[in-house]
Design a protein. Sequence first.
Length: 176
Amino acid sequence: MKNRWVLFVPLAIMGLLFGAFVYRLVTPAETLIQSQWINKPMPLFDLPPATAGVEGLKSSQLADGRPRLVNVFASWCIPCRAEAPQLEALKAAGVPIDGIAIRDRPDDVAMFLREYGNPFDRIGSDMQSSVQIALGSSGVPETFLIDGKGIIREQIQGVILADQVPEIVAKLEAMK
């Protein structure tokens, strides 16, 4: 009888620890770290084109009077592939979208655009993630809502979902 107790207690402890681990793993974080650039002008940058046939991206281009999105993405990013239809829907709704491709090769960016579509007006190549880091971006995909003066008004961390598209369009319309 004593042997059963000795065997049961460690198994019960292991089960509780495993359950706590799984719970923390599947429970979303309560807080997201937002960029320090919210309600401030876009940091200065001048990125070369991410692939042939596209224009690079300069921060000065983001203050042309038109509210827009700046999407941080990568061809190797699986969630970026899932987000592609929503970006195409935003483009179809007349939303200007610029892209920042991080740590990506030109051929891979070109293949990504062929396979998933190209909603971008311009795509800058951020090989060292320096602009991504300057923006306070913590991963991909990540999207910034920029007003017509080049001020970052909102940050969307993670994939843009289909039900967010009308809300994003409305927010950008309100910035006009």
